[in-house]
Ligand binder design. Structure first.
Ligand SMILES: [Fe+2]
Length: 402
């Protein structure tokens, strides 16, 4: 059955490709099929960062419903989907789950840019390339794989054009940060991808005649995150041991610009192939957004780049996950050298006004809304009390404004 499905899928895909039905809206100068976005009439671009949904039988209904509500509320111009979306034992189940998620965006006509994490293809039943092809059967997908010679699948850039011109005003980088290296550590963006980035970055600058500012999105955080944190001698509250260097403990460094809070140790790749350093040298990336570390919603500035992690975007009532959520990022066409961002936890999502609105609309999920508010109240209260006492007794800031 599995073979039959895979073969049928391959045949359909081949037909679709032959007929040129896959949606290609924008051909870049170099002949790749990267698609573009455009600033809105208000001069804004609203990006929703969704990551690590880990859709499973337990959480898919609630997670997909919440993501739909989040889209209705935030009205994003684009969704950046940075991996660990789902992993199932069969191709059929994988595709069924992707259908449920992607239909949320398809029905709302919101463009989606996807790349992969360490788990998406881990079960071995479907490759990253086949996953990418499947995501691209949805009209809303603007994902590509820029160059067959690049390692992995899902490294590309999305130019953002002016509202009333075809000038490239801004840019979004998307990297496949891989899964595991040959020694079973987490992987990282590799040298060929770094070289691709540098060349493309120079090309964008040459085309425009000035630097094109950008944001970068990928699954796994860069090793430099530990250089942006402060190493301390002892483990303590909101202080975490280095993932690889045992006996080294890290916390926010009060001397650098921090946002949000560190809730677990960051998990970058073991080997560093120079991605962050290349970005720092080019000076066109304002911030790098990653997932992978589900509870971390923080940002640390290092070498003029904000190394930023976003929360897992899933909800499961049985797993105390109202502290998960999503991130919004806002760019203004007239000030592309800066951006704004906000983290939305599920425990804050159903504020009173919004709940009243939903009740007026006789929302069929209103009991679920009350459940999230109820569980969220206790999860948030426990967190706030913990932070209050730690900050009071240590005199150290462990949480900064998002
Ligand atoms: Fe991950």
């Amino acid at each position: 059955m599995k073979n039959l499905f895979t073969k049928a899928f391959a045949v359909i895909l081949a037909l679709v490709l032959m007929l040129g039905v896959l949606p290609v809206c924008f051909a870049a100068d170099d002949g790749t099929t990267a698609k573009s976005l455009r600033f809105g009439s208000d001069g804004r671009l609203r990006i929703m960062h969704i990551t690590d949904t880990h859709l499973s039988a337990d959480n898919i209904d609630d997670s997909v419903w919440l993501i739909g509500l989040a889209c209705d509320r935030e009205k994003p111009d684009v969704i950046m989907l940075t991996g660990d979306i789902t992993m199932a034992d069969t191709v059929e189940e994988t595709c069924r789950r992707i259908d449920l998620l992607m239909n949320v965006f398809e029905q709302r006509n919101i463009p989606v840019a996807v790349t992969f994490g360490n788990h998406d293809s881990e079960s071995g039943v479907i490759s990253r390339e086949d996953l990418m092809a499947y995501y691209n059967t949805f009209n809303c997908s603007i994902s590509v794989d820029d160059g067959e010679l690049l390692p992995g699948c899902g490294t590309y850039n999305i130019p953002v054009l002016g509202y009333d011109s075809d000038d490239i005003k801004f840019n979004l980088w998307v990297f496949d940060s891989g899964d595991y290296d040959s020694e079973d550590h987490y992987a990282n963006v590799l040298e060929q991808q770094v070289q691709w980035y540098t060349e493309k970055s120079e090309e964008l600058e040459n085309t425009r005649g000035e630097k094109v500012y950008s944001l970068a999105f990928q699954h796994i955080i860069v090793p430099e995150v530990y250089e942006a944190l402060k190493q301390v001698k002892l483990k303590g509250a909101y202080t975490y041991e280095h993932i690889y260097n045992k006996g080294e403990y890290y916390q926010f460094d009060p001397n650098v610009e921090n946002r949000g809070m560190l809730h677990e140790y960051p998990c970058p790749g073991y080997y560093n192939h120079g991605q962050f350093e290349a970005m720092a040298q080019r000076g066109d990336v304002l911030a790098l957004f990653t997932g992978h570390d589900h509870s971390n919603a923080f940002s640390v500035r290092y070498k003029n780049i904000d190394i930023t992690n976003s929360l897992s975007t899933r909800y499961n009532a049985d797993a105390f996950s109202t502290n998960y959520g999503y991130r919004m990022i806002f760019i203004d066409e007239n000030e592309t050298d800066k951006y704004e961002t906000k983290v939305v936890h599920w425990y804050d999502f159903f504020d009173s006004d919004y709940t009243v609105q939903l009740m007026k609309a006789h929302d069929e999920h209103i009991n679920k809304v009350h459940e999230i508010r109820f569980l969220g109240f206790f999860e948030k209260a426990a967190r706030e009390i913990g932070i209050f006492f730690v900050q009071m007794f240590t005199g150290r800031t462990v949480r900064y404004p998002d």
